[in-house]
Design a protein around this ligand. Structure first.
Ligand SMILES: [Fe+2]
Length: 442
C-alpha cells in the first residue's frame, strides 16, 4: 500500500481527508504537524508517494519547504498543496480553499496512478505493486510483469518488463534492485494467481531436504516477508498458512544447524535480509540456545517458540516499530499515535490473527500474548513476574537480547548486553535464563 503524509491542522478535516484517502485511494495516511516533522519522516521513508499539505502552517511556508526538499533530494514523492501558494502555482497542484474532499481524493488518485470507477466513485488501481522479494525464488511468472514509469506530475505508464514465458533468475531481479527499483506491478486481475504461484513455489523449495543452509535461510526470509505482506493486505488465508508452516519448519532446521552467531549476523547483513526476519531468526536461535540448557527441554518447545517468533511482530509495519521493547522506548519514539497504538497492541492483534490458523493451540497463543510480559497482550512490562508461562519467560529474554544486539545505538556484544538484561529482569527465573546465555554460544 502506498503511503501519504498529510499536514492539516483542522482536526475534523484531517479525519475526513484521511478516512476517504484510505477508503477510496487505498493509501496509508501518516499525520505530520509541520514541514520539519514531514521532512524528518521523508528522510527515513523516502518512498512515501505523496505529501498533501496546507500551504502554510502558522507563519511557516510549509508547502514551499517541502517542495524544495523533494527537489533537492530528487525524491519521487508527489505534492498537493491545499490553499494558495503563488510561488508553486506552475510546479504543483494547488487546490483553492475551501478544499472539498471529493476534489482532494480525485487529485490524490491521479497522482498515485489509480483510476476512479464511475459507478461507485471508488478508486481501484489497475495494477498492484509487489515487492521485488516475491521474485527471488521463482524462475518464471504466470503473468506479465510491469514497471511503472512517471510520465507527468500525475500521469503513469506501465511498461511490460517480464513476459509470462520468460525464464529468469535472482541475478536479473538483483539488477533491477541495484537500479533502485522496489516494486514490480501486476494487473490487478492476476494478483491472486501470481501470489498463489509464488507461494506454491516457495513451499516446494522450503520442503526440499537438500537445500544448502544459506539458501534455506534466504528462502525462509522471503517466505517470512511474503507472509507478513499477505497478512497485512488480506489476512491469513489458506495459502499463507501453508507458506508460514513451511517457513517455520525450515527455520527450525536452520536454527538447529546454525553457524556461530557472529558469522550468522555477517551473513544476514551482507545478504540484506529484512530486519523483520533478522529479528525472527535470531530470536528463534536464542530461544533454541536457552532451551537446550534447560533440564525440562523437549523438541516441541523449540517448535512452539519458533512459531511464536514467526508471527510475533507480523502486524507491525516498520523497522522502527519492531525495534521497540519497552514503554519508555515507545514513549520516546517519534511514531504517530496510530503507529504507537499498533505497537501497544501488536501481541494481542497477532493472537487474533492466529485464530485463523488451525495449528495455533492455546499453548502457542499463551506464549504469544505474553511475549512482552503482559498477560493481556497490551504494552510492555519492565520487569515481568513469575506468573508467566516458563516458555514466555525464555521468549521475553531472547527477544530483548536480539533487539539490543540488532540496535546499532546499543551494545552489540554478549558481555555488554547481559548486564543490561540482568538489571532489568530481576526475578529469579529470568536471572537463571540470563545465566544460561552466559555460557558459550553454539
Ligand atoms: Fe513483539
Amino acid at each position: 500500500m502506498s503511503q501519504t503524509i498529510l499536514i492539516e491542522s483542522n482536526e475534523a478535516l484531517k479525519k475526513i481527508y484521511s478516512l476517504n484517502l484510505h477508503t477510496f485511494v487505498g493509501t496509508d495516511v501518516i499525520y505530520r504537524a509541520n514541514a520539519d516533522d514531514a521532512l524528518a519522516l521523508l528522510r527515513i521513508l523516502p518512498q512515501v508517494s505523496l505529501v498533501i499539505t496546507e500551504a502554510k502552517v502558522g507563519d511557516e511556508e510549509t508547502a514551499q519547504k517541502i517542495h524544495e526538499f523533494i527537489k533537492e533530494e530528487s525524491l519521487n514523492t508527489n505534492l498537493i498543496v491545499m490553499g494558495d501558494c503563488p510561488s508553486l502555482h506552475n510546479e504543483v497542484v494547488c487546490l483553492q480553499e475551501p478544499v472539498s474532499w471529493e476534489n482532494l481524493i480525485r487529485q490524490a488518485a491521479s497522482h498515485l496512478g489509480v483510476t476512479i470507477q464511475d459507478s461507485i466513485n471508488r478508486v481501484k488501481p489497475d495494477y498492484l505493486p509487489v515487492g521485488l522479494y516475491y521474485f527471488y525464488d521463482i524462475q518464471r511468472t504466470p503473468c506479465d510483469i510491469y514497471i511503472r514509469i512517471k510520465k507527468g506530475p500525475s500521469d503513469y505508464q506501465y511498461v511490460k518488463r517480464i513476459h509470462s514465458k520468460d525464464v529468469f533468475d535472482k541475478s536479473v531481479i538483483k539488477k533491477y534492485e541495484d537500479q533502485g527499483l522496489k516494486e514490480f506491478y501486476i494487473p490487478k486481475d492476476y494478483i491472486q494467481y501470481f501470489t498463489t504461484f509464488v507461494t506454491n513455489n516457495l513451499v516446494a523449495k522450503l520442503e526440499k531436504s537438500d537445500l544448502s543452509l544459506e539458501d534455506r535461510i534466504l528462502t525462509t526470509a522471503n517466505a517470512h516477508d511474503i507472509v507478513r505482506d499477505s497478512i497485512q493486505q488480506i489476512g491469513l488465508d489458506e495459502a499463507t498458512v501453508d507458506l508460514a508452516d513451511a517457513g517455520i519448519n525450515s527455520m527450525v532446521k536452520s536454527v538447529q544447524n546454525s553457524p556461530e552467531v557472529a558469522n550468522l549476523l555477517k551473513f544476514l547483513f551482507s545478504n540484506k535480509v529484512s530486519y523483520a526476519y533478522q529479528h525472527c531468526h535470531l530470536l528463534a536461535l536464542m530461544c533454541h540456545y536457552v532451551l537446550s540448557k534447560q533440564s525440562w527441554y523437549k523438541e516441541e518447545h523449540l517448535q512452539i517458540l519458533s512459531f511464536v517468533s514467526f508471527f510475533s511482530d507480523v502486524t507491525l509495519k516498520s523497522h522502527q516499530q519492531m525495534q521497540i521493547s519497552s514503554m519508555r522506548e515507545l514513549a520516546e519514539s517519534n511514531l504517530t499515535d496510530e503507529e504507537r497504538h499498533q505497537v501497544m497492541t501488536h501481541a494481542l492483534e497477532a493472537v487474533k490473527i492466529l485464530d485463523q490458523h488451525p495449528d495455533a493451540d492455546d499453548y502457542i497463543k499463551t506464549v504469544l500474548i505474553q511475549s512482552h510480559g503482559k498477560v493481556d497482550g497490551i504494552g510492555f512490562a519492565d520487569n515481568p513476574g513469575e506468573e508467566l508461562h516458563p516458555l514466555s519467560r525464555v521468549f521475553i529474554i531472547s527477544d530483548c537480547f536480539v533487539k539490543t544486539l540488532l540496535n546499532p545505538a546499543l551494545p552489540s556484544t554478549k558481555k555488554d548486553i547481559l548486564p543490561i538484561l540482568a538489571a532489568r529482569f530481576t526475578n529469579p527465573s529470568y536471572q537463571k535464563i540470563i545465566k544460561a546465555l552466559e555460557q558459550k554460544f553454539i
